[in-house]
Design a protein around this ligand. Structure first.
Ligand SMILES: [Mn+2]
Length: 240
């Protein structure tokens, strides 16, 4: 897998909406997408960690494959997709991935078949996922970033593991707002620091899956139970 993959869009036609860490919560994902009603001109950015921990990673990936035909879909690689692919490719012991939520993923693909149960087209799809996506006003990544280093020179493979609880970066030198997942807020709250928004609101732990349109602050949320709500992004807070 290449160390660094980037994508960007310089002209924005439709909406750009980020979706936080799904972690196998296929019902929550379906509910949020039903509310958003993505159109052909829209860009949906899945922030990574679509798989593991939750009940139906297979179903979540299937939905993204369908969504890809309906709008412009960008998928950021999370540390959990990396673990899945590393386990499949023999770069990581399968049992280490299973311990970190991969067991639930394999259950969703079929009992008793091990990593061979994962559909080839799902693996091929995940191998196309990028490290960062840029629009004129924002950049989207999974875990963290270095504020002082250009977006095409970040060690993304390492940063997809780094929690905001270990280090909360200042504004990125590009002046763009960072839209991140990965660092789950166990109270189910969006963290908005102004220069950085984290929308991992702990759906797989019973809280919310969050979708955010950064340009308007519009928020769509659903729980894995199917409960849903719409909101606007919370006011800028001083600390995470
Ligand atoms: Mn993560």
């Amino acid at each position: 897998m290449p160390q660094r993959k980037t994508a960007s869009k310089t002209e924005v036609a439709g909406r750009t909406i980020a979706v936080g860490d799904v972690h196998g919560c296929a019902t929550a994902l379906a509910t949020v997408l039903e509310m958003i009603q993505p159109q052909a001109g829209d860009t949906i950015v899945a922030l990574g960690d679509v798989v593991d921990r939750g009940p139906d990673s297979h179903g979540a990936i299937e939905q993204l494959l369908v969504l890809r035909e309906r709008c412009h879909l960008v998928c950021i690689m999370g540390n959990h997709e990396q673990m899945l692919l590393d386990a499949v490719d023999g770069h990581m012991p399968v049992q280490e991935w299973l311990y970190h939520g991969g067991a639930e993923t394999l259950d969703s693909y079929g009992h008793g078949k091990g990593v061979d149960a994962i559909d080839a087209d799902h693996l091929a799809f995940m191998r196309t996922w990028v490290d960062v996506y840029e629009t004129p006003g924002e950049f989207f990544a999974h875990g963290n970033y270095w504020a002082t280093r250009a977006l095409d020179r970040q060690p993304w493979r390492d940063l997809r593991w780094q929690s905001l609880k270990w280090h909360t970066p200042g504004p990125h030198r590009s002046g763009k707002t960072a839209v991140l997942g990965h660092s789950s807020n166990k109270q189910g709250r969006i963290v908005n620091l102004g220069h950085l928004v984290c929308i991992d609101t702990y759906c797989c732990g019973g809280e919310w899956l969050t979708a955010l349109e950064p340009s308007t602050g519009h928020v769509w949320q659903a729980r894995e139970t199917g409960e849903s709500r719409e909101d606007i992004v919370p006011a800028v807070q001083a600390t995470a």
